[in-house]
Design a protein around this ligand. Structure first.
Ligand code: GAP
Length: 439
């Protein structure tokens, strides 16, 4: 049943233009995914919601957008060159590669029973070369997290914006990891997008801000529309903590990956990174990344609380949570119950009869007018039942239908997605009516 649900979501994503297999016409590049017309809107809505609540609605967080390619010494300072690897074992027969820690029997291939090699460290960073000559001196990495771009700009932010502690930096952008076991659709990929905040504070206040960020971020996922019973917090054990962290809590979502339907997996991690990063970059760059408190006349390395979430994982959770099937008479209605903010399209304008030019003309005029204030689509490519079904499947909030009667009484039918309730509204007040409902 649950496995079915994931398959249904993947199939809806392709059928309706949310997410496609990357490079599909060439047989696909495994574990790469392309966001289609509805997918990009949903993803942008999610990023906008994050940016609004973390940057625009707060006085203490500034946004930024750093380069993906960074100086190789950044990854020495961050510990990625030394620590960012997985141990892996290869099967000598079928040549498949496995994470050693996931193997029950460290010597036997779980797929073909063949003999496994000894485990070897495998760095997860993508290496490339800058400039025309491919040698060791031009080797650089694609960033495996957006975080470092914020640490290395700490002094630039202090000098240009003069923020007082506590303050944060926020960034959304692509990261790259050469994952050994990508999978579960867009959940674990080698190219993905992160939404990260680095919140700088006095060391003695770090525990307090860590606790408040865990709560704040949990509540943000509820505001996205995710059901509370599908969300939980999980504190990392000491053994699990990354080399820089004093504490870390994951916000997990119950993904429908397997038949058990109980696949609690990480959406976001909130970590207390202490003063590890600023100290390390100071040491390796030779620039002192310290904060001067001019009231207390003291200089110190701030601690950092880092809420770090994944855009693609959040989009997948939103899709899974919104997917509904309902019996309507003999039929099954598939509807994506996305909230107002997440729905890729707010309104669809549909002419009841596409061979009546006056109806089509009025419908097009209404659509053109609505487009000025909300994301609206016009669709006349099928019978009305089919058009409604299509809009339900992509989560469109309202369908406006123009019929023969509309030509006489200048009214249209507005159908609400979830209740399927229909109302006749005059064309003149339609814009205001919808704006009020979408508020
Ligand atoms: N700067 C800290 C950091 O990067 P992380 O737990 O490794 O921490 C943060 O990553 C978030 O990025 C994860 O919670 C997840 O949502 C997302 N993420 C990490 N690796 C991913 C991957 N291979 N595919 C998709 N999303 C990923």
């Amino acid at each position: 049943m649950a496995q079915n649900l994931m398959d249904k979501i993947v199939s809806l994503c392709k059928r309706r233009g949310f997410i496609f297999q990357g490079s599909e016409i060439y047989g696909g590049l495994s574990n790469t995914w392309d966001y289609g017309p509805y997918g990009v809107e949903l993803k942008n809505n999610l990023k906008k919601a994050w940016w609004r609540s973390n940057v625009y609605e707060r006085d203490d967080i500034l946004g930024m957008d750093a380069a993906i390619l960074m100086h190789p010494k950044v990854w020495e300072a961050s510990g990625h060159v030394e620590n960012f690897f997985d141990l892996k074992s290869d099967c000598k027969s079928c040549k498949k590669r496995f994470k050693t820690e996931a193997l029950k029997d460290k010597n036997k291939c779980p797929e073909c029973g063949g003999e496994l090699t000894d485990s070897r460290p495998f760095n997860l960073m993508f290496k490339t070369y800058q400039g025309p000559i491919e040698d060791a001196s031009s080797a650089i990495y694609m960033r495996p997290e957006t975080a470092q771009g914020m640490f290395v700009n700490f002094l630039n932010i202090l000098d240009s914006r003069h923020p007082k502690l506590p303050f944060g930096l926020a960034q959304i952008g692509k990261s790259f990891r050469n994952e050994i076991t990508p999978g579960n659709f867009t959940f674990r990929t080698r190219e993905f997008e992160q939404m990260e905040i680095e919140y700088f504070c006095r060391p003695e206040e770090a525990d307090k801000f860590y606790d408040s960020w865990v709560e704040e971020r949990f509540n943000w996922y509820l505001k996205l529309g995710l059901k509370k019973e599908n969300l939980r917090k999980r504190q990392h054990s000491k053994e699990e903590l990354a080399h820089y962290a004093k504490a870390c809590t994951d916000i997990e979502y119950r993904f429908p990956f397997s038949t058990s339907g109980d696949d609690w997996s990480e959406l976001e991690g909130i970590a207390n990174r202490q003063d590890f990063d600023l100290k390390q970059h100071s040491k390796i760059s030779g620039k002192e990344l310290m904060y001067f408190d001019d009231q207390k006349k003291e200089k110190f390395y701030p601690y950092i609380i880092e809420p770090s979430g994944g855009v693609d994982r959040s989009v997948l959770a939103v899709l899974a949570d919104a997917y509904h099937e309902e019996k309507v008479r003999e039929d099954t209605r598939v509807v994506l119950k996305l909230n107002k903010e997440m729905a890729p399209t707010k309104v669809a304008v549909l002419p009841l009869l596409r061979n009546r030019p006056e109806i089509v003309e009025l419908a097009r005029r209404i659509s053109k007018e609505l487009k000025k204030s909300m994301v609206t689509v016009y669709d006349d490519t099928g019978a009305i039942g089919k058009l409604y079904r299509r809009q339900d499947e992509v989560g469109t909030l309202y369908c406006v239908t123009v019929d023969v009667q509309s030509l006489e009484d200048k009214q249209v039918t507005v159908r609400e997605r979830d209740s399927m309730r229909q109302e006749r509204i005059s064309v003149d007040s339609l814009g205001e009516y919808l704006i009020n409902r979408l508020k």
